[in-house]
Design a protein around this ligand. Structure first.
Ligand SMILES: Cc1cc2nc3c(=O)[nH]c(=O)nc-3n(C[C@H](O)[C@H](O)[C@H](O)COP(=O)(O)O)c2cc1C
Length: 399
C-alpha cells in the first residue's frame, strides 16, 4: 500500500505514498536565487525514495519572505540554477513541487519593515498595513505568474501555502482578517482570495499540472479559523478541482513556531498523526486526494492513516535526520522514523527545536552529515546569526 502509486486528477502519477513535506531551507542567495546547495539537498532527498518532494516557502514576491534565504520566483535571473535544482530534485523519478508562499504579517522584519496583511493587526511584533484592493489583485497575478515560472523551470506541481499563519491563512482567519469589503467578514469572503488564486493559477498553467493547497485543519486560536470553517473551505476547493488538499495545523501554544508539535484530537483514530482525525473527516466529504502531515513516526502509524483513506502521508523532521527513510520504509527494512525532537526538553527557548532542524538542513545543503550532538539552544543562536547575516547581504547586494 505504501508503494502503490497515486494518480491525481490532473493525470500526474505519484509513485508512492510518502511525501517529504515542505520545509523552508534558507539556502537561497542574497537575491533569492536557488544555489548549488539546493541541488545537493534535493538530489539527496530525491534519492531517498519519497514519491513527492515539496520545497517550502518559495516566495511569489521577494519583498515578503518568511526568511532571507527563501527562493523567490519574481526574480527571473535565477532560472538557470532553478532548472538545475528541479533536475536534481527529480533524479529518482519522483515529483518535486514548489510551495508558493507570501508571509504577510509574518514576514522577516529585517528584510521588510512594512509588511502587508488583510488588516492592520499586529503579529509577533510586526505592524502590517492592510492590503488595498489593487494589492490583492496584484497578488493573485503574482501567484499565477509564479505558478507559470514553476512549470517553466521544471517543478512538476505547486502547493499554495494557506496554512501556518502566513498571508493566505491570515485572510482565512477572522482574527487577522477584519476587513469589511468583499475580502473579509463572511467565510466566503475570507476564502475568496485563496479561491481566486487557485482559479488564476489553473487558467495560467492548464488542466494537466498538479495544484495542491496546504490548509490548517484549524489554527487552534480563539476567534480564529475553526475546523467547521476548514471543512467548508475544503469543499469549495474541491469544487475548483484541486489535485491535493494537504492538511496541517497550528496550536496556540506554539503559535509563532514553524512546527506544529501536537494537536488536540477530535477523537482517537490513531496513536499518531496530529491531524489525522481532522484530515480523515475532511477526506470523507471531498473528492480530491488528501495528504496529512505531522507526527507520523512509525510504519504502522503511516499504514493506519492510509487505511483510514488518506492518500499521502507527509514526513518532515524524520527526513532531516534520515534522508533515506522513505526507501527504508518502502523496503520494510525499518518500521520506525527518527524522533530527534523527543530529545529536546520542553522548556527550550521558543524556536530552538525548529532551529535544530534548520541547522541540519543547512549542513545537508553543504554536503555534510547530520550532527545529532548539536545543542538546540546553540542552533537557535546560529540560525538567528545565519538569517541576520543573510539579511545584511540582501541589503548590501541591493546597493
Ligand atoms: C525546519 C522546518 C521548516 C519548516 N518549514 C515549513 C515550510 O516552509 N512550509 C510548511 O508548510 N511547513 C513547514 N514546516 C512544517 C512541516 O512541513 C511539518 O508540517 C511539521 O514539521 C510536522 O511534520 P513532522 O512531524 O513530520 O515533522 C517546517 C518544519 C521544520 C522542522
Amino acid at each position: 500500500m505504501l508503494d502503490t502509486s497515486l494518480t491525481l486528477p490532473s493525470g500526474a502519477v505519484i509513485k508512492n505514498r510518502i511525501v517529504k513535506a515542505a520545509m523552508s531551507d534558507g539556502l537561497a542567495d542574497s537575491q533569492n536565487h536557488a544555489t548549488e546547495k539546493h541541488c545537493r539537498l534535493y538530489r539527496r532527498w530525491s534519492e531517498g525514495g519519497a514519491g513527492l518532494l515539496i520545497i517550502g516557502e518559495v516566495q511569489v514576491d521577494h519583498r515578503h519572505p518568511e526568511r532571507p534565504g527563501n527562493i523567490a520566483l519574481d526574480r527571473p535571473e535565477g532560472k538557470k540554477v532553478l532548472r538545475a535544482m528541479t533536475a536534481a530534485g527529480t533524479i529518482a523519478g519522483n515529483h518535486f513541487w514548489a510551495q508558493l508562499g507570501h508571509a504577510g504579517a509574518l514576514t522577516f522584519p529585517e528584510i521588510n519593515s512594512n509588511p502587508l496583511a488583510p488588516s492592520a493587526v499586529p503579529v509577533r511584533g510586526n505592524q502590517p498595513q492592510a492590503m488595498t484592493e489593487p494589492d490583492i489583485l496584484d497578488l493573485i497575478e503574482c501567484y499565477a505568474n509564479a505558478a507559470a515560472i514553476s512549470r517553466e523551470v521544471g517543478f512538476t506541481g505547486i502547493e499554495i501555502h494557506a496554512a501556518h499563519g502566513f498571508l493566505l491563512s491570515q485572510f482565512l482567519s477572522p482574527r487577522f482578517n477584519q476587513r469589511i469589503d468583499d475580502w473579509g467578514g463572511s467565510l466566503e469572503n475570507r476564502a475568496r482570495l485563496l479561491i481566486e488564486i487557485v482559479r488564476a493559477v489553473r487558467v495560467k498553467i492548464g488542466e494537466d499540472y498538479p495544484i495542491a493547497v496546504k490548509l490548517n485543519a484549524t489554527d487552534f486560536q480563539e476567534g480564529g479559523f475553526s475546523f467547521a470553517e476548514s471543512q467548508q473551505v475544503a469543499r469549495w476547493l474541491d469544487r475548483e478541482h484541486i489535485d491535493l488538499l494537504a492538511i496541517s495545523g497550528r496550536i496556540h501554544k506554539s503559535d509563532d513556531d514553524a512546527v506544529p508539535d501536537r494537536a488536540p484530537s477530535t477523537g482517537n483514530l490513531a496513536p499518531e498523526g496530529y491531524f489525522l482525525d481532522y484530515a480523515s473527516t475532511i477526506k470523507k466529504t471531498i473528492n480530491a486526494p488528501v495528504m496529512v502531515t505531522g507526527g507520523f513516526r512509525t510504519r504502522a502509524g503511516i499504514m493506519h492513516a492510509l487505511e483510514y483513506g488518506l492518500d499521502l502521508i507527509g514526513l518532515a523532521r524524520p527526513l532531516v535526520v534520515d534522508a533515506e527513510l522513505p526507501r527504508k520504509l518502502l523496503a520494510g527494512t525499518t518500521d520506525t522514523c527518527p524522533r530527534a525532537e523527543d530529545r529536546f526538553s520542553f522548556d527550550l527557548p521558543f524556536g530552538a527545536g525548529t532551529a535544530w532542524f534548520q541547522m541540519q538542513i543547512i549542513r545537508m545543503g553543504n554536503g555534510m552529515e547530520v550532527d545529532l550532538s548539536i545543542n538546540p539552544e546553540k542552533a537557535l543562536e546560529m540560525i538567528v546569526d545565519f538569517d541576520h547575516k543573510a539579511a545584511q547581504r540582501y541589503y548590501k547586494d541591493l546597493d
